[in-house]
Design a protein around this ligand. Structure first.
Ligand code: ACM
Ligand code: ZN
Length: 556
């Protein structure tokens, strides 16, 4: 009798494990974005339940706990090779961010050259799991289709920018944004922290930057130049403690945060706080320029700190390039900013700096004469090169928008090409590193359909998901010897017309999904129809995550 029961139990176990071992998966089970380099589908399914053990070494505790957190389990470092799911480092993987993933019915192994590779293997594993794992309820059983994957990115720089100055977003949303970056195997948040419309980072030596510069007394209503003003105070800033918390959160997700402290233009919120930084402290900054109703420094003279620009566009009042005081201020600011960010880079802006004030400023003219500068572009170049020297002395490198090419490129600068691709091509030919963010393909503040009138208000333009997908960051004009200077690409998310976090989600999703494949997957392996098919599944994941994604490329 005992023997019979044992035999029945054995048979049941074998047929049960055979069910998982021999399971025939459909193509639908393998909808991964960005598309991996090599993916071989196999028969079989791994069953993950409460008894599944996830193990690995102590170096991978961050990644192990991340994976365990996704499925409601624990990461075990006591027996690193003894789990059902094993995370490990593998020196034989060539690419720095590369990984392999092997799923069979009885084991999963995620291996990376570095912990970053392991993290990306986990992101792939996540997309192989049922969409319901994204909900807060833990699933009792999760099945994962068998597969072997070998994967690594095409480009080393895979970025998303976020302008938190035109509109300000809370810490929790910045973290959600970082989660999205990580989910898409992108690796950089370019955090645009200072602007005409608000200064968003605490600087202890200059408290007025946040007391005054972080708040404006209104915001235009509607599309620039606007149909009136809200007349409501608007603003906010991140304390240095909050910045540290965000940087750590990003680092745990293998995302580098690059701060942008904009200079010499887009600086009027700082000037509102410390008017001497202007060529003409006594002249008003028009803070609602197009309707001419308010004058910044006039209001300050009357003792009311209602000084920060309330409209969009480009402001004439920029940092004075002649006064030493300006450089002392910026160096003090950067001396506080740099230690908060482990990133190799500091972005110094450099775009859209009107030169009118410099041309009529005695201090700026004196500087030009003393330095033998021929025109205002050379004065801008002097400004950038001087700041570069300081930043280099702190062990960091600068990134600037492509205007920094004008008047001579700073020696070690990386160029962010935004006015099309020409700036990037020129910089690469001058053997400077380049990040491609051309407005035609990478500006996620543009409309995403022809049908702009039925869309939420946007700045203009049109960049569809398909247009993002069609972009190849490697310019065909560049010969092989210059191609290595193209580090990658980034989407820019300027927030003039994104007053809420829901709005931001709508503008980035799923365009960032398209961009993630542009920067990860080889050009030959990409095809719009195939991507669009896989996007349908990712959109279901967005749905469960409660994200407000745009549906133009999603089938009904
Ligand atoms: C930019 O869009 N002004 C860089
Ligand atoms: Zn000046």
């Amino acid at each position: 009798m005992r023997v019979t029961i044992l035999a029945i139990v054995c048979l049941l176990t074998i047929s049960c494990s055979n069910k998982y071992k021999d399971f025939v998966n459909s193509e639908e089970e393998y909808q991964i974005i960005p598309k991996p380099v090599l993916l071989e589908t196999l028969n079989g399914q791994f069953l993950l339940d409460a008894s599944t053990k996830i193990s690995g070494t102590v170096e991978l505790v961050n990644e192990g706990e991340y994976l365990a957190g996704l499925v409601g389990l624990k990461y075990d470092i006591s027996d690193s090779e003894g789990g059902d799911i094993i995370l490990k480092l593998d020196e034989s993987i060539e690419e720095e961010e590369g990984y392999t993933l092997a799923v069979s019915y009885d084991k999963i192994v995620v291996a990376g050259k570095t912990s970053t590779g392991v993290f990306y293997g986990i992101q792939t594993l996540r997309q192989l799991m049922p969409i319901a794992i994204e909900s807060s309820e833990n699933l009792a059983e999760i099945t994962i289709p068998a597969v072997t994957i070998k994967d690594s990115p095409r480009f080393g720089y895979r970025g998303m920018h976020l302008d938190v100055a035109r509109h300000f977003y809370p810490v929790d949303f910045v973290k959600k944004y970082i989660d999205l970056i990580a989910m898409h195997k992108m690796n950089t948040l370019h955090w645009h922290l200072t602007e005409d419309q608000g200064w968003r980072i605490e600087i202890k030596k200059y408290p007025k930057l946040t007391e005054v510069g972080a708040f404006r007394n209104g915001t235009i209503i509607g599309h620039h130049p606007g149909e009136g003003n809200t007349e409501e105070q608007y603003g906010g800033f991140y304390t240095q403690e909050e910045v540290k918390d965000i940087v750590k959160y990003a680092s745990d997700r293998h995302v580098t945060v690059i701060p942008e402290i904009e200079l010499p233009g887009h600086s009027s919120a700082a000037i509102a706080s410390y008017p001497n930084l202007s060529c003409f402290p006594e002249e008003p900054t028009e803070i609602f320029a197009d309707q001419g109703s308010k004058k910044g420094k006039e209001i300050q003279a009357a003792g009311t700190p209602k000084l920060v620009y309330e409209s969009w566009g480009v402001v004439d009042d920029v940092y004075c390039a002649g006064k030493e005081e300006t450089f002392k201020f910026l160096e003090d600011v950067l001396a506080e900013v740099i230690p908060l960010f482990p990133a190799k880079y500091v972005h110094i802006g450099g775009d859209e700096c009107p030169k009118g004030n410099w041309k009529r400023c005695a201090n700026c003219q004196k500087r030009m004469k003393e330095e033998g500068l021929y025109d205002a572009h050379e004065l801008q170049s002097y400004f950038i090169q001087r700041m570069e020297k300081f930043i280099n002395s702190k062990g960091k490198s600068i990134i600037g928008w492509d205007e920094i090419l004008e008047g001579g490129l700073a020696p070690n600068a990386t160029v962010m090409s935004w006015r099309g691709t020409e700036g990037g091509i020129t910089a690469a030919q001058q053997k400077h590193d380049v990040i491609m963010t051309p407005n035609h393909s990478c500006y996620f503040d543009h409309y995403q359909t022809e049908d702009a009138k039925n869309e939420p208000l946007a700045i203009g333009g049109k960049t569809t998901v398909e247009a993002v997908y069609a972009y190849n960051p490697m310019p065909k004009e560049l010969g092989p010897e210059f191609q290595k200077y193209i580090l990658g690409a980034q989407a820019n998310v300027w927030s003039e017309y994104m007053p809420t976090t829901d709005y931001v989600e709508y503008m980035i999703l799923p365009r960032m999904s398209a961009l993630s494949e542009v920067v990860w997957t080889s050009q030959e392996s990409r095809e719009w129809g195939d991507f669009k098919d896989r996007l349908q599944t990712l959109a279901e994941r967005f749905e469960v995550l409660g994200l407000n994604y745009a549906k133009h490329s999603i089938d009904e």
